[in-house]
Design a protein around this ligand. Structure first.
Ligand SMILES: Nc1ncnc2c1ncn2[C@@H]1O[C@H](COP(=O)(O)OP(=O)(O)OP(=O)(O)O)[C@@H](O)[C@H]1O
Length: 508
C-alpha cells in the first residue's frame, strides 16, 4: 500500500505539468488515461486540468474498438496507462495515430516489454522536472476533464466538464447535505476514477483534506473489507453490485456484525439501491446509507437521499422506505417530472413521468456535436422515469427504455428487482419485458441465486405476491449464473433482452 500526502501529490502534479509542457502539450489538449484508482492517476487529475489541458478518463472495460473510437474521437495527444492495460495498448497503438506518446504509469524497472511507438515511463518523465510550476489562469468555463457515457443504452457519448462545473459540484459534495466531508474522514472510492471523475470525490476530498483510499483494481468483497479495516474507512462509495460482494463476503466469513469496521456512511449510486442491501448496512454494519443518483451528463450527481428533521428518530422500516428514494436535488439542481406532452406532474410521490433536470453542472451538448441537448428552457431530459414527493424526494421507477408496458400501464422493473432481492436466496435480480400477444409485454424475472441457496419459481412468485400488485407479478422466472453488467456496474438490460429474445414465458 502506497501512502502519501496531498502535498506530495501537489509536488508531483507540478512535475508532471512541467513534463507535459516539455512534450508540447498546450491548454485545451486532451490527455487520455486508461487507469484504475491509484495515486498516479490522482496526480494526473491535478496536473492535466491545472495546466489547462483536458483529462480524458477512458473506461478500460469497453471493447477495444470502442476505446479506439473514443481515443480518436477525443483526439488524445498522450495516453497514460496502467500496466494491466499494456497488452491492450500494444494492440491499439497502431490504430491510434494521433497519440504522440504512450506513458506507462510505473517506474523504469517495471516497464512493459511491448512494441509501442514513443513509449515513456511515468517516473522517468517527471524525475528531473522542477517541483515549481506556475498554474496558469484561464476562463472558469474552460474544459478541465471529459468522459464518455457508459454506453448502457447505445454508443458512448463524450461529455466535457468545465472547471466551473467541477468546482460547484465539489462544493455541493462537501456540504453536510452532500457527503459531509471533513479531514477526519477516510473515504474509500470503489467507484472508478475512469468514469465521471469518480463522482467528483478526488476534487472534493482534496478541498477538504479528506483521506482518499484508492483500491486499484481490487474489487472483490474480501479486499474491500480488508481495506476498510486497515485504512479505518469512515465513508465508502460504490455501486450496488460492489456492496453485494462485500455483504456476501462478511456473511460467508462469519464477520457479522461488522464491528471491526468504523464505517459511518456508505453511498450507493449508479443503480437503484436494493432495500435489502440498505437494511443490511443499517442493521449489520451500523452504517448510514446515502442513496445517490446521477448521470455522466450531470458531473455526475443530481440527488442524494438525506433525512429531514422530521425523519430523525424514525424506525427502521420508515428509514428504509425513505432510502429507497434517490433523494432530493443537490444545491444548484432543479428537477421536475413531466407527462408525454411535457406538462409538469404533481409532486405527490405517485405520478410517474420523465425526469427533467436543470443546473450549473449539467452538460449542454455532447462533445463535438453542435446541437444542444437542453430544451429551450434549459431542461435536460434524463431518460429516467421518476416520481417526486411533496418533500422533494425523487424516486426512479425505471429508465424510459426499460419500462415494461403491460396492457397500457407501466410496470417498474426496478421495484420488482428490489422486491425480488429481498428474498433470502436471491443474490441478484433483473426484470425485463417479454413481448406478449395480449398484454404487449409481460415481466420476466431473471435471478442469480446465492451460492448454496435454492428457491423455486413458485416460491419466488409467492414471495413477490406479498410485496407487489398482482398484475405486476412476473409471468416467468429464469435462473442464471450471472447477470451482464457494464464496467460501471449497471445491468445491461439490452444484452439481457437479446439473451432472452426468443424466450417463451412459462409460469411453472
Ligand atoms: N441511484 C440510482 N438509482 C437508479 N438508477 C440510477 C441511479 N444512479 C444512476 N442511475 C442510472 O444510471 C444512469 C446514468 O448512467 P451513466 O451516465 O453512467 O451512463 P448511461 O446513461 O448508462 O450510458 P448511456 O447514456 O450511454 O446509455 C441514470 O440515468 C440512471 O438510469
Amino acid at each position: 500500500m502506497h501512502h502519501c500526502t496531498y502535498a506530495d501529490i501537489g509536488r508531483r502534479a507540478k512535475q508532471m505539468a512541467n513534463a507535459l509542457s516539455r512534450l508540447g502539450i498546450e491548454p485545451g489538449d486532451r490527455i487520455g488515461t486508461l487507469a484504475w484508482n491509484g495515486y498516479r492517476h490522482l496526480e494526473l487529475y491535478f496536473a492535466v486540468s491545472g495546466m489547462g489541458a483536458v483529462l480524458h478518463t477512458i473506461n478500460p472495460r469497453l471493447f477495444p474498438e470502442q476505446i479506439e473510437f473514443i481515443v480518436s474521437h477525443a483526439e488524445d495527444r498522450v495516453l497514460f496507462f496502467d500496466l494491466s492495460f499494456a497488452a491492450l495498448v500494444e494492440q491499439l497503438a497502431p490504430h491510434l495515430t494521433g497519440v504522440q506518446a504512450f506513458v506507462a504509469m510505473t517506474e523504469r524497472s517495471h516497464m512493459p516489454d511491448i512494441r509501442v511507438p514513443n513509449l515513456l515511463c511515468f517516473e522517468e518523465l517527471i524525475s528531473d522536472e522542477s517541483e515549481e510550476f506556475a498554474w496558469p489562469s484561464f476562463d472558469e468555463r474552460q474544459a478541465s476533464s471529459m468522459c464518455y457515457t457508459s454506453g448502457t443504452t447505445g454508443n458512448p457519448k463524450g461529455v466535457l466538464y468545465s472547471h466551473r462545473s467541477s468546482l460547484l459540484h465539489s462544493l455541493a459534495l462537501c456540504t453536510r447535505e452532500g457527503f459531509g466531508l471533513s479531514s477526519l474522514d477516510s473515504a474509500l472510492l470503489v467507484v472508478p476514477m475512469f468514469h465521471v471523475n469518480a463522482w467528483g470525490m478526488p476534487y472534493a476530498c482534496a478541498m477538504t483534506g479528506t483521506k482518499l483510499v484508492l483500491p486499484g483494481p481490487a474489487l472483490d468483497g474480501a479486499s474491500i473489507y480488508e481495506l476498510m479495516r486497515s485504512e479505518r474507512v469512515t465513508l465508502a462509495l460504490g455501486v450496488p453490485t460492489v456492496w453485494m460482494m462485500l455483504q456476501q463476503h462478511v456473511e460467508s466469513q462469519g464477520l457479522l456484525p461488522a464491528s471491526e469496521l468504523c464505517l459511518e456512511r456508505v453511498v450507493i449510486g449508479g443503480a437503484a439501491a436494493p432495500r435489502s442491501q440498505v437494511e443490511r448496512f443499517e442493521r449489520d454494519f451500523d452504517t448510514r446509507v446515502m442513496h445517490a443518483w446521477g448521470m455522466t451528463e450531470m458531473s455526475p450527481l443530481g440527488t442524494l437521499c438525506a433525512p429531514l428533521p422530521k425523519h430523525v428518530g424514525a424506525d427502521l422500516e420508515a428509514r428504509l422506505d425513505l432510502q429507497a428514494k434517490q433523494g432530493r436535488a443537490l444545491f444548484g439542481v432543479t428537477m421536475k417530472v413531466v407527462d408525454e406532452d411535457g406538462a409538469e406532474l404533481l409532486r405527490d410521490g405517485r405520478s410517474a413521468g420523465r425526469l427533467l433536470v436543470k443546473g450549473p453542472w449539467i452538460a449542454s451538448h455532447y462533445y463535438r456535436q453542435t446541437e444542444t441537448i437542453l430544451d429551450e428552457e434549459g431542461w435536460f431530459d434524463t431518460g429516467d422515469v421518476a416520481t417526486i414527493d411533496a418533500d422533494g424526494y425523487m424516486q426512479i421507477t425505471d429508465r424510459a427504455k426499460d419500462v415494461i408496458k403491460s396492457g397500457g400501464e407501466w410496470i417498474s422493473s426496478i421495484d420488482l428487482e428490489n422486491a425480488a432481492m429481498g428474498h433470502p436466496a436471491v443474490a441478484e435480480a433483473a426484470v425485463i419485458g417479454i413481448p406478449h400477444e395480449k398484454w404487449q409485454e409481460r415481466p420476466l424475472l431473471v435471478v442469480v441465486l446465492k451460492s448454496g441457496k435454492s428457491a423455486s419459481k413458485a416460491q419466488l412468485r409467492d414471495f413477490l405476491a406479498e410485496r407487489v400488485a398482482k398484475w405486476w407479478l412476473p409471468d416467468d422466472v429464469a435462473f442464471v449464473d450471472a447477470l451482464p453488467h457494464t464496467a460501471t456496474g449497471k445491468l445491461q438490460k439490452m444484452k439481457l433482452r437479446e439473451q432472452f429474445r426468443d424466450h417463451v414465458l412459462q409460469a411453472d
